[in-house]
Design a protein around this ligand. Sequence first.
Ligand SMILES: Cc1cc2nc3c(=O)[nH]c(=O)nc-3n(C[C@H](O)[C@H](O)[C@H](O)COP(=O)(O)O)c2cc1C
Length: 173
Amino acid sequence: MKAEALEVFKNRRAIRAYKKQQITDEELDAVLEAGTYAPTGAGTQGCKIIAVQTPEYVERVDALNAKVIGKEGHPYYGAPTIVLIFETSECKTHTLDGAAVCTNMLNAAYALGLGSCWINRCQQMFEMEEGKQLLKEWGISEDLVGVASFSLGYPDCEHPQAKPRKKDYILKV
Ligand SMILES: Cc1cc2nc3c(=O)[nH]c(=O)nc-3n(C[C@H](O)[C@H](O)[C@H](O)COP(=O)(O)O)c2cc1C
């Protein structure tokens, strides 16, 4: 069991091509639950995780991220699921909490045989009018601050190789 977890941490890679087929509800729930068990500063659980699967909303989030970049394209690589992580409270560790929540879910996705890729610009997306409008339509507070997001689905590519780790990554003193 221990060895399996270490293999997951080492072998998870960013996946940038997805099958159109949606993942199962069980797979989604397992990934999301892993996020809720991430460490958070002072145990505040101060994040909100939003799983986007309605095709219209997936398209709108994808388009919004492309708008932040400033060019046409599909930043979520056509994945059928997008997961968004928000900060919900005046918490000093919100960015760190969100990163921990996101990383737990990426590793869980790989453990389940799914592909995922962390996608940047979540904060900027939900500072824009279109982002605030989405939050309104989803019936949640427009005060949420976007922290992280990722694409999720069945990989439609060879599993990428990790780059060699840099020599001075670790110092033991
Ligand atoms: C904070 C952060 C933001 C990222 N943003 C993007 C992104 O916008 N688009 C993308 O394709 N990959 C993005 N990535 C994925 C990285 O490019 C990827 O993790 C890195 O190249 C290492 O590859 P690996 O995840 O396969 O080990 C992001 C990763 C992190 C941690």
